[in-house]
Design a protein around this ligand. Structure first.
Ligand code: SAM
Length: 245
């Protein structure tokens, strides 16, 4: 059995209490597959008021997080886990996606640094961490929710965390395709019926239908993903007929 350990540095440790104590993350921690440790950045401030931010040089709005407490926190955590991969949550980082999540799921130790205010001193990104990652092209008020998104996405890829290992293989972005549509009871909801093929019992037809639907949906919603995919001649033709190839 393998354990993935996350060390999270934040000024709001309380934010992590509930999300990491429910559902899959909670079970993964109980099974010993996931070890999450939250560190209060203010414990690493030498300032008598536990300040961890200051005015930006050159002027500008808001406050910037100091490099020293963050550097001190990382160094302290690394005394136990010197090889930990260290990541700063940042809207200016490389995009976080399923491929990145698979890559991180193979690590043993990850340190996530959560910024706040107007961001963090540039020297954190340059000299204290291995990389910066962004969860999307939008700005949140802090790195805590991005860090939770990373933990939750990576955690479900650790062997043993989900009951059925196949569920992560067939999901959106695994191909890279968006997932095919799923239906459950009732078969008829106000006249909106479940596609006949899904109740036909013919597994080959069901698989063909699911693949076609995944292709169509991806072509419609995320055509950029299709560029990375090897399509059969038949599939290329089908998409051309739909005028989305
Ligand atoms: N002034 C910064 C800028 O324009 O890039 C935004 C700072 S944001 C208000 C404060 C912190 O939230 C960041 O330092 C980062 O840790 C986190 N954050 C905000 N949006 C994020 C995103 N899309 N991905 C990852 N972290 C994000």
């Amino acid at each position: 059995m393998r354990t993935l350990r996350f060390d999270i540095i934040t000024i709001f440790p309380g934010m992590f209490e509930s999300p990491f104590n429910e559902s899959i993350l909670h079970r993964a921690r109980q099974k010993g597959l996931l070890d999450i440790r939250i560190h209060n950045l203010r414990d690493y401030s030498l300032n008598k008021h536990k300040k961890v931010d200051d005015y930006p040089f050159g002027g500008g709005v808001g406050l910037v997080m100091n490099v020293e407490p963050i550097s001190r926190a990382i160094d302290d955590i690394k005394k136990q886990i010197p090889k930990a991969r260290t990541i700063l949550m940042s809207p200016g980082g490389k995009p976080f996606n399923q491929e990145k999540a698979w890559e991180l799921s193979r690590e043993e130790n990850l340190i996530l640094v959560c910024g706040r205010y107007e961001g963090v001193d540039e020297r954190v990104g340059l000299h204290c961490v291995d990389e910066e990652i962004s969860i999307g092209d939008y700005v949140l008020s802090g790195g805590e929710i991005p860090a939770m998104a990373v933990v939750e996405t990576v955690c479900r890829l650790i062997p043993g965390v989900l009951g059925d290992e196949n569920s992560v293989v067939e999901e959106s972005f695994s191909d890279p395709l968006l997932e095919y549509p799923q239906y459950t009871r009732p078969r008829d909801f106000k006249g909106y019926k479940v596609p006949e093929v899904l109740v036909s019992g013919n597994h080959k037809n069901i698989q063909d239908w699911q693949r076609q639907q995944a292709l169509k949906k991806t072509a419609r919603v995320r055509p950029d993903l299709l560029k990375k995919l090897e399509l059969s001649d038949q599939e290329k033709l089908a998409l051309k007929e739909l005028k989305i190839g």
